[in-house]
Write a protein that binds this ligand. Sequence first.
Ligand SMILES: [Zn+2]
Ligand SMILES: [Zn+2]
Length: 287
Amino acid sequence: MSTRLVLLGTAGGPMPSVQRAGIAQALVVDDAVYLIDAGNGVARRMRQAGLSFGDLKAVFLTHHHSDHTADLGTLFLLGWGGLSAPVDVIGPPPLGSLIDHWFSAYDYDIRSRHEIDGRPALRPFVREREIVDAGVIYEDDRVRVTTALVQHPPVRPSFAFRFDTADGSVVISGDTARCAALSELARGADILVHEAIHAPSLAALSDVSGGTISTEELMSCHTSPDDAGAIAAEAGVRTLVLTHLVPPDHPGDEVWEAEARKEFGGRIVVGRDLAVLDLGPVAGSRP
Ligand SMILES: [Zn+2]
Ligand SMILES: [Zn+2]
C-alpha cells in the first residue's frame, strides 16, 4: 500500500490568487483518490497532479464557504468523461440542495451530452450524504474518516476530518479558530494540515476583500500560524502543513514558518500547490 497527500490548492478566501488555486487536498491511497474540499481550480489541479477522475472515491466538504465549494459542480461537469463509478460526496447541509440546484442550472448541457453525445447519465455518479455530527462518517478498505466540529462562526456545522490509513494518519482542519476539538482529533497524527491567517499582512487584502469584515472578526473564525503551531504541539503530530493561506500571496514562506516555529518543534511545511507528502515507509515530501 502507498499513501500520499497532494496539496491541490492552498489559497484561502474567495478572491482568486495569483499563485495558488482554491483550497483542495487529495489523499491518494494506492490509486484511490479522496478529495477534501473543492475550491476553484480543483479539476485542473487533479489533472496536473496526474490524478484520474475515474479513481475518485469520495469528496469531503468541510463547510459551505465558496472558497471550499466553488468547483464541486465543475469537478463533475468537467471530469464527467473520466468518471467510472459513483462518487460519495459528504458534507454538512445544505449539500443536497446545493447539488440539486447545480444540476438544475446545468440541465441543458447535461441533457445534451447525455441524449445527443451518448454519455452515461451524470446524476447517478454523484451520491451525496449530509452529515451534522462528529464521529466516524466513512469507512472502506483503505480509509476510516472521523470528524470533529470546529469553530468557524457563524458557519455551523463546520468540520475537520481525520483520515486513518495503514500508512498513517492525516488531519485536515477546515476553517477554524484555535480549537481544542481539533487538537483532540489530531492526537498523534502523522500530518496536520491546518489553515492559517497572517493578521499583519491583511492590509494586502483591503483592496480586494469586497466587504467590511475587520481583522478582529477574521481572527475570531480563523487561526494564526503560531496558534496552528501550538495546536500541532498539543496534538503531538509529526508534521504541520500550513495551508488555506490568507492572504494567499503574502507574506513569504519564511514568515509563515517562523511564526509556526515559535510553538512547534516538529517538521513544518508551508503549503504550495501540487506539493506531495508521502506517508508510511517512504515518508517525506517532494517539491
Ligand atoms: Zn475558507
Ligand atoms: Zn470558511
